[in-house]
Ligand binder design. Structure first.
Ligand SMILES: [Zn+2]
Length: 233
């Protein structure tokens, strides 16, 4: 190859690269957000048991379906605290969050009690005061600010999850509640506990054991989480 031709070729390639590299960056995948999904209970700890329904199985099933649903989306990755039937301590669940920390966490439970008539879903966020103390006032201001920010995000996430679940269980929302939670405070990221429905209510139990409802719940939760990330400042 003639020297001049070679130089032209290299120059041409450089120009082409200058066009292609930013284009490739723009056309690249949207940012993938990471959510930690915690299928509560597992192993020796079955959670609520009613008829053939075991809380630990149902939470795992929905968590795995959430992971599957998220794979269809380009902007969300679901990390699980467990993907099999095994018992985990809160510390092990926190460890399973991995590094870097996911941006938010959702712990899945199935409700029980309040009589056989009780039904519907509940969403809990961790609350303002530290666990075991409703007094507060002694924490450093900066820590409080970070906590409040995380709390605001938890509330925003809760609102998105509520409106997404409303499409699966219309008018079954039992409201947004506040309760301290060891996993959520241990992770110090925005998070929620979602009580998906009542195992002790026969109608709801039958619905929840159906594959169609499980998938609809998983899809709704993923939709709610994606909406939350879309609205993130
Ligand atoms: Zn539970």
């Amino acid at each position: 190859m003639e020297r001049r031709t070679f130089i032209r070729l290299v120059a041409g390639m450089l120009v082409l690269a200058a066009f292609l590299i930013p284009a490739a960056a723009d056309a690249g995948q949207p940012r993938r957000h990471t959510v930690l999904v915690d299928p509560a209970h597992g192993g020796d700890d079955s959670g609520v048991v009613a008829d053939k329904l075991r809380e630990k199985d149902l939470t795992l099933r929905i968590a795995l379906l959430m992971q599957e649903e998220a794979q269809k989306a380009e902007d969300l990755q679901v990390r699980l605290t467990r993907n099999a039937d095994r018992a985990l301590t809160t510390d092990e669940r926190i460890k399973a969050a991995g590094d870097p920390r996911p941006e938010c966490v959702i712990s899945l439970h199935i409700n029980a009690g309040f009589g056989k008539q009780a039904n519907g879903y509940e969403v809990y966020f961790p609350g303002f005061a530290p666990e075991g103390s409703r007094e507060g006032g002694s924490s450093p201001v900066l820590k409080d600010m970070a906590k409040n920010r995380s709390l605001n995000d938890s509330v925003r996430l809760a609102q998105q999850i509520q409106s997404a679940l409303e499409t699966v269980f219309p008018r079954k929302g039992r409201g947004l509640r506040e309760a301290p939670n060891a996993l959520l405070s241990g992770l110090s990221i925005p998070g929620l506990v979602v009580e998906i429905g009542f195992a002790t209510n026969q109608q709801e139990r039958e619905r929840l054991t159906g594959e169609a409802t499980q998938r609809a719940v998983a899809r709704a939760l993923v939709k709610g989480i994606r909406e939350y990330f879309r609205g993130a400042p």
